[in-house]
Design a protein around this ligand. Sequence first.
Ligand SMILES: [Zn+2]
Length: 107
Amino acid sequence: MQAHTSAELNRLKQVSQDSDVNVSVRHGRWQTAEDDRVCEICTALNGVMFTLDEFESGSFRVDGYDYQLRPPAHPGCRCHTQVQVGYDPEDLPPIEERMERFEAYSV
Ligand SMILES: [Zn+2]
């Protein structure tokens, strides 16, 4: 697994560390540009919540190609992650459920 970390993930981690709110930020929501240029790959991820660890090491497969589970997932990807504050990790559906749209994934 490559150690590459996207600028977007770094931004999320920075917010997590700098956050002056009283709850730790351990999650982000995948957010597409929500216009008609968003690809199918990212449409399937729109609104799905992931932990920072999942963003860090996750990947998923579409049509035989592997993509990293963090924006930009592919060239031209305009997605970003939306910080989720005060979210209870216990409320997060199991990863199998969150990734069920994909052929394969690893986190
Ligand atoms: Zn995208």
